[in-house]
Write a protein that binds this ligand. Structure first.
Ligand SMILES: [Zn+2]
Length: 311
């Protein structure tokens, strides 16, 4: 698209969005993205949009009152299969800085940004991340890097650099927010290792609902035997379910972990068939209610529940 054509197209798209948003409000079915709890943004705060509530929390921890952060996927929403609506497009079009995860987690962001335009740059936090050791299966890089807290620290480095570039006047505040947060994350990582280090070796085999836990498992010494679904939104066949049940039995899997954003029924059924425990409310891709309303909160929640189930 040429530079001259772009603003005209963008205006057209925004007009369509506004009409659609007005109709959605009129019909009472508007879906409002989560605005973020936390320090009240100062007047003139940097407007930041993220794809997920987890990334929104990380940005807020670094930026404090200097940022006004909104997550496109609401709390409890499912990022992989997310279908953006007009209100989300409107928020994106007016953001001065946008954070996605990338690596196939939130691909819809790229198309949405192309459709509505955005004033700020898009930073894909997990892509080409210096220091990251990627996990690749079937030719695809798994996107869930943040569930290893050491990787979350790398995200936070990139968030701080991006905020400072977008808003240089507040760079010292972003540096201070970054340093304090990163110190807490380092302590959290050590705590998680400590909690899971005590588990008996034979109890460390798990099944998760979708393939969200490879970085977590590598960091904290668990082994993933299988997943309930090959990908979010793809229901397994009867044969696949039976194979998973057999595999759970033959590998002595201790527990199946489902996640807050998915219906837990299938995981419960498989667990009862296979004679394994089930934990149905891990937080992987989204925040929940307190105490799972921050990234640090979900790591504490997940580690505590996993440690308890595998003891
Ligand atoms: Zn996921």
């Amino acid at each position: 698209m040429s530079g001259a054509a772009r603003p005209a197209r963008r205006l057209r798209v925004l007009a369509v969005i506004l009409i659609a948003a007005a109709m959605a409000v009129a019909s009472g079915c508007a879906r409002t993205p989560d605005t973020y709890a936390g320090p009240t943004p100062m007047p003139g705060a940097l407007t930041v949009v993220t794809t997920t509530t987890l990334l929104a929390d990380m940005v807020r921890q670094v930026g404090g009152e200097h940022v006004s952060v909104l997550s496109l996927v609401p709390k409890g929403g499912e990022v992989h299969t997310f279908d953006p609506r007009p209100s989300e497009a409107w928020a994106l079009s007016s953001a001065r800085l946008v954070f996605g995860n990338g690596l196939g987690l939130d691909d819809w962001l790229t198309q949405l940004a192309a459709d509505v335009g955005t004033d700020g740059p898009i930073v894909q936090l997990a892509e080409h991340l210096p220091g990251a050791d990627y996990i690749v299966a079937d030719g695809q890089t798994n996107p869930h890097l943040w569930l290893d807290v050491a990787n979350a620290e790398l995200y936070v480095d990139r968030i701080e650099a991006s905020l400072a570039t977008a808003d240089p006047a507040n760079a010292p505040a972003y540096r201070a927010g970054h340093d304090a947060y990163r110190a807490r994350l380092a302590a959290l990582d050590a705590w998680a290792r400590d909690q899971l280090a005590a588990l008996p070796t034979g109890n460390r085999r798990i099944v998760s609902y979708h393939d969200a836990l490879p970085y977590f498992s590598r960091a904290y010494g668990l082994t993933i035997v299988g997943n309930v679904v090959a990908a979010p939104g793809q229901d397994p066949s009867v044969q696949e379910v039976q194979r998973l049940i057999d595999s759970i039995r033959s590998n002595g899997v201790h527990a199946i972990f489902s996640e807050a954003q998915f219906n837990p029924e299938l995981a419960r059924t498989i667990a009862s068939e296979a004679g394994a425990k089930v934990v149905s409310d891990l937080y992987t891709d989204t925040l929940g209610d307190s105490p799972a309303d921050t990234y640090e909160g979900i790591v504490r929640w997940d580690v505590s529940h996993i440690a308890e189930a595998l003891r």
